[in-house]
Design a protein around this ligand. Structure first.
Ligand SMILES: C[S@@+](CC[C@H](N)C(=O)[O-])C[C@H]1O[C@@H](n2cnc3c(N)ncnc32)[C@H](O)[C@@H]1O
Length: 325
């Protein structure tokens, strides 16, 4: 049975590895590896659990995490590449607590290979890209680096959708090496690849089936309790996100109301100016109509005067002709 299980200190919103944290704690406590390497760390849920155990149980383990921290087609919830902020957040958390025995190597797995001597790694966790080809490549290229008592962990051994192929490679490996697996939290395979199988691993491998199932079940139980804990904190996280969005929405609608008020005031002012302009136009129209009427009256008077002048001119012409005859 597991005694005095540790509480995980770090849980991100990516919970795919959370269910294996109790096993990671026990593994470090019992194996006391001299060197632990993780291939694929992302936000750090698995790696920081290993580091926590190394620090807590004072196993004197040197830990190295390798990742580009750029993501791959299977990383994260949205199967996407991710940004530099993920690495920065992890590095800040990690350096404050574990820098004395652990380092984060920001590079490709293949690039990190030459920096390790053959036979120098006691515990390797492979959790990079999960296609059959990628996991086979990672295992085969890193195998020479494993020590005589080397143990390799594989995550996602039960995932059969998409192009995940760890399950298939894991089945092949179990025919060549002693090992066992968990089926909760997407599956975790534990493989003893060295000539000397660590006692604790050997003892588990030799359990009869019912005892092994009881043993596995307790890790699943503790694992699920962490999951429900992280599920609760995720709900809290999303609630706080909702509250934040709600606040943003209120601020936005207040700003919009103010803008609307300002627009209305401006529109009222323009309507007033328009009404004033219309009144001026009406007055001018009236004045123009008056002037037109005056012009017409003057025109009529002028026509009348012309008629009088014509008649007088005719009379004068007639008088002149009378005088001259
Ligand atoms: C599934 S995530 C790791 C999850 C992590 N172990 C956890 O507990 O949450 C896979 C990570 O592997 C990294 N990765 C995949 N292939 C890689 C490669 N060839 N070299 C370096 N990093 C790689 C990705 O950037 C990604 O962060």
């Amino acid at each position: 049975m597991i005694a005095n299980i540790l509480e995980p200190e770090f849980l991100s919103d990516i919970d795919s590895w959370h269910g294996h944290i109790p096993f990671a704690f026990e593994l470090i406590k019992n194996l006391k590896p001299k060197r632990f390497v993780e291939l694929g760390t992302h936000k750090g849920d698995s790696y920081l659990a290993f580091c926590q155990a190394v620090k807590h149980y004072q196993t004197n383990t040197k830990c190295i995490s390798v990742d580009t921290w750029q993501g791959d087609e299977h990383a994260g919830e949205n199967d996407e590449l991710y940004g530099e902020d993920i690495y920065q957040t992890l590095a800040t958390y990690h350096d404050e607590r574990y820098q004395s025995f652990s380092s984060l190597q920001k590079m490709k797995f293949d690039e990190a290979l030459p920096t390790f001597a053959n036979g120098s790694i006691d515990l390797l966790h492979i959790d990079g890209l999960h296609t059959y080809e990628a996991v086979k490549h990672d295992f085969e290229s890193w195998l020479p680096k494993l020590s005589n008592c080397g143990v390799v962990l594989f995550h996602d051994t039960v995932v059969k959708y998409s192009n995940f192929g760890v399950w298939q490679f894991w089945d092949e490996l179990l025919e060549q090496y002693p090992g066992f697996g968990f089926s909760h939290s997407y599956g975790l395979g534990v493989l003893a690849v060295g000539k000397e199988i660590p006692d604790w691993i050997g003892a588990i491998c030799s359990l009869d089936q019912p005892t092994f199932e009881r043993w596995v079940n307790q890790f699943e139980f503790y694992g699920n309790s962490i999951l429900s804990h992280s599920f609760k904190s995720q709900i809290q996280y999303y609630q706080s996100l909702l509250e934040q969005k709600d606040g943003q929405l209120k601020a936005f609608s207040e700003e919009r109301d103010q803008q609307l008020k300002a627009f209305k005031e401006e529109r009222d002012q323009q309507l007033k100016e328009l009404a004033f302009a219309q009144m001026i136009i009406q007055r001018r129209d009236k004045r123009l109509a008056d002037l037109d009427a005056q012009i017409e009256q003057i025109g009529t008077q002028f026509t009348g005067s012309q008629q009088v002048v014509r008649e007088q001119k005719d009379q004068i012409t007639e008088l002149i002709s009378q005088f001259s005859s």
